[in-house]
Design a binder for this molecule. Structure first.
Ligand code: UGA
Length: 447
């Protein structure tokens, strides 16, 4: 077991916090995971992840068994570690602006707990927060609640997180960069040392900067990725009108240009997930507060919302009026290998289908329990993909699950009333589905 620099605490056992804590513990760091949700804490104490993430269960179980990861709802346990990561949620308010109340509350409670501590303690803001939050919100609350001097008694850094759901553990173990924003050299040096111990020879590039730059890096990263998706979806919508064109080939070709790059150019039904929409709205709101309107980011969002309408139009093109038609929607999760449906394009598509009078049956390998909580009671949930197809007039593939990829043209034909298929994820080679009434996002009509 490592000591000194090696003991850390993480406040907020959500997605980022739990994966960060588990990754640190897996490398031998004594780690304390803290959350106000007793149920979550109890699950973690038993080595059970309260959320689905491939690899997480196994690594978590091992770390808890070795007593390297301890979970508690008692924030004062953070005092016995040398550094505390804040990873509480930063949801949106109804106007899209960022809600910092969890950050403020956790900072105040941590500061109060640190009052009695004699030695130096490093506080690291890992939650996604708008530029200026670490300096103007966290710093004064921490100073007040702890009665300590920031910079001498306590260290403070901004250190955004870039994990992706579905590959979070791997991302935590192999990040492409680490961004550290701080005003004082001691804080950034200590965090750099912590990461040097964590990654050893595999230490990724570290960007040392001030807190505001670090905070903006996170928003710039998500806004760029989302814009890349809205861009390729725009090209897809144009390609769709040109006989013989497939956007996949366009994306492949432009991706060879190193200035563009091949990743994140997969056309589809629009991005989802807990971060892109929330973060872009927060950045827009933040910019408008000082009088700048970032129209590019508005267009990214607007393009994304409208993409759901494009998917439904494709179904109408194949099927005609959707009134009374049975539509099978395959996939609800915002991407494969997760049960997360937050901001999923499937929800937008299902709502539009219902508005047009369609009867909707849907299936997802993991997301049905979450979907049942938010989807209209008029939607039917099927037991598997084949039963979702039974008697359907049209099927829309919304999530790129591997098991949907394995469905052949004959499977669709065998179950559906009329075998019309909209491939909104571009899972299938159009050549192999020619016996169906088939179309896909970004696929022009046959020549
Ligand atoms: C995203 C970022 O990729 C992470 O770097 C970031 O840390 C995270 O948000 C966050 O801020 O917490 P995540 O939400 O897990 O990660 O999802 P992504 O894998 O980025 O996918 C987002 C959406 O874009 C999905 O709906 C996906 O299907 C869609 N997408 C992605 C496309 O439609 N096309 C693509 O080429 C790539």
């Amino acid at each position: 077991m490592k000591s000194g620099l090696g003991s850390i605490s993480v406040i907020g056992m959500g997605y980022v916090g739990l994966c960060t804590a588990t990754a640190f513990a897996s490398k031998g760091f004594r780690t304390v995971g803290i959350d106000i949700d007793e149920k979550k804490i109890e699950q973690i104490q038993h080595g059970i992840a309260p959320l689905y993430e491939p690899q997480l269960d196994g690594v978590l179980k091992k770390a808890v068994k070795k007593k390297l990861l301890v979970a508690t709802s008692d924030i004062s346990q953070a005092v016995n570690t040398s550094s505390t990561f804040l990873t509480v949620g930063t949801p949106s308010r109804s106007d899209g602006s960022i809600d910092l109340s969890y950050v403020e509350k956790a900072t105040g409670e941590l500061g109060t707990a640190l009052r009695q501590k004699k030695s130096y303690h490093l506080v690291i803001v890992k939650s996604t927060v708008v530029p200026g939050t670490t300096r103007k919100t966290v710093r004064p609350i921490l100073a007040r609640s702890s009665s300590k001097n920031i910079g001498t008694d306590l260290g403070l850094c901004s250190n955004p997180e870039f994990l992706k759901e579905g590959t979070a553990i791997d991302d935590a173990l192999h990040p492409d960069k680490i961004v550290i924003g701080s005003d004082d050299e001691k804080s950034s040096r200590m965090l750099k040392q912590l990461y040097t111990r964590f990654y050893g020879r595999n230490l990724p590039p570290i960007i040392l900067t001030n807190p505001e730059t670090a905070e903006l890096v996170k928003y710039a990263s998500n806004a760029f990725l989302a814009t890349k998706i809205s861009f390729i979806n725009t090209i897809a919508n144009i390609a769709q009108e040109i006989p013989g064109v497939d956007v996949n080939q366009v994306a492949e070709a432009i991706g060879h240009d190193p200035r563009i790059g091949p990743l994140f150019l997969k056309a589809g039904p629009g991005y989802g997930g807990s971060c892109f929409h929330k973060d872009i709205e927060a950045l827009i709101n933040f910019s408008e507060d000082f009088g700048y309107s970032p129209i590019l980011l508005r267009a990214t969002e607007e393009t994304n919302v409208r993409q759901a309408g494009r998917v439904v139009e494709l179904a109408e093109k194949l099927t005609g009026s959707l009134q009374g038609k049975k539509i099978a929607v395959l996939g609800i999760a915002f991407k494969k290998d997760t049960d997360d449906i937050r901001e999923a394009a499937s929800l937008r598509v299902i709502n539009l289908l219902l508005k047009k009078g369609a009867r909707v049956t849907t299936y997802d390998p993991m997301a049905i329990p979450n979907a049942r909580k938010v989807i209209s009671e008029n939607v039917e949930f099927a037991a598997d993909e084949r039963s979702a197809l039974n008697g359907a007039d049209c099927c829309i593939v919304m999530t790129e699950w591997n098991q949907f990829r394995r469905l052949r043209a004959k499977d669709y034909q065998a179950h559906m009333h009329t075998s019309s298929l909209v491939d909104a994820r571009k899972l299938y080679d159009p050549k192999d589905y020619g016996t169906l009434n088939f179309t896909a996002i970004g696929l022009g009509p046959n020549q």
